[in-house]
Write a protein that binds this ligand. Structure first.
Ligand code: DAH
Length: 339
């Protein structure tokens, strides 16, 4: 009997587990109300007197061994639980981070900047809240000029001289006032017009202005620059410059690209002609050069202006301009793959 108990002592001391369930099974086996110790204590009265002392010692040892084992494992398991609660499982892989996306207007703007910076244009900016001089007068649109009506302007009520710029051509003026030719610059930015909002037009939109001033700049340079741009941007190599009128350029033209008539969408966006207008351009009017402190006898130049939303709508097949400003993540998420 004593040998049997010694074996159990060995078993109890060697026991180890990671799970509370196994520990509980161990406790019940040794210390439970029908456990081994209960049995051995009950046996005590049947033990011959001369063995009682040794028997008493071994069952006490078995009892303390089992109790200590339960206590120490319990503590270890509790510590483990605690550390889990505090730090979480440190070996677990990290939470996936949701990555945002660039706005399609920024994507297109960056593409335009890339194309023009490759051929020597820098990027310039001007204020969105402008004065009359930079938005109109310096651009050959004096007060009461009928062409001012072409652009429905938001004025700042308290001061008729201050307005929200209606086009990025105002940056041309600022750039020429502050820089000497040769000038090669593009000016992307936000513009504002008091127009009814619909799927095709908005009161806030973006334009990119281009300006090239140097000696002997010709209309052929303008055409070649625009052709290079449309090839790079759209992969289209046929453009048309349709005579038009802008007060700040002479001669002036509207820029059309040949989009083609392959699909139903092509028919819709080109209104069945295959041609698509993307902006205006022309040779900078000598009056504008003079207004900005550049001698028109010495220098000539060209300018152009294009709508960025228009280009983004074509590139990404977006049917409604309002999508750009609604900040709907379901729309914005579609541009994740682009950079
Ligand atoms: N500023 C014109 C507009 O908003 C676009 C434009 C036309 C800009 C001809 C130019 C230009 O620089 O030469 O409608």
């Amino acid at each position: 009997m004593i040998d049997k108990i010694k074996e159990y002592i060995g078993e109890a001391q060697a026991f180890s587990t990671q799970t509370p369930a196994e520990l509980e099974a161990f406790r019940i086996k040794f210390l439970g109300s029908k456990g081994l110790l209960k049995e051995f204590f009950a046996e005590f009265k049947n033990v011959p007197n001369e063995q009682k002392k040794e028997f008493g010692q071994v069952i006490n040892l078995l009892k303390t061994s089992a109790e200590e084992k339960v206590k120490s494992i319990q503590e270890a398991l509790e510590n483990k639980e605690e550390s889990k609660g505090f730090y979480g499982d440190l070996t677990r892989s990290g939470e996936p981070v949701t990555i945002g996306s660039r706005h399609p207007i920024s994507l297109v703007k960056n593409q335009i900047i890339d194309i023009f910076s490759n051929i020597g244009f820098n990027v310039s900016e001007g204020p969105e809240i402008e004065d009359d001089w930079h938005n109109f007068t310096a651009l050959n649109l004096p007060e009461y000029h009928p062409a001012r009506d072409m652009q429905d302007t938001f004025f700042i009520q308290t001061d008729p001289d201050i307005l929200l710029r209606t086009h990025t051509s105002s940056v041309q003026v600022r750039y020429m006032e502050n820089n000497k030719p040769p000038i090669r610059t593009i000016s992307p930015g936000r513009v504002f017009r008091n127009e009814a909002v619909s799927s095709r037009s908005h009161c806030i939109f973006h334009q990119v202005e281009g300006l090239y001033i140097d000696k002997d700049v010709s209309f052929a340079d303008l055409k070649q620059t625009l052709l290079h741009f449309t090839k790079e941007m759209f992969g289209k190599s046929k453009i048309r410059l349709r005579p038009s009128y802008f007060p700040f350029t002479e001669p002036s033209a509207e820029i059309d690209i040949y989009w083609g008539l392959k699909t139903e969408t092509d028919y819709r966006i080109t209104k069945g002609t295959g041609w698509l207008e993307i902006g205006g351009c022309g040779m900078v009017d000598p009056n504008v050069l003079k207004n900005c402190g550049i001698d028109p006898e010495e220098y000539t130049g060209f300018a152009f202006g294009m709508g960025i939303e228009r280009i983004a709508m074509l590139n990404y097949q977006i049917g409604d301009i309002r999508m750009f400003y609604e900040n709907d993540v379901r729309f914005l998420e579609q541009f994740k793959a682009s950079i």
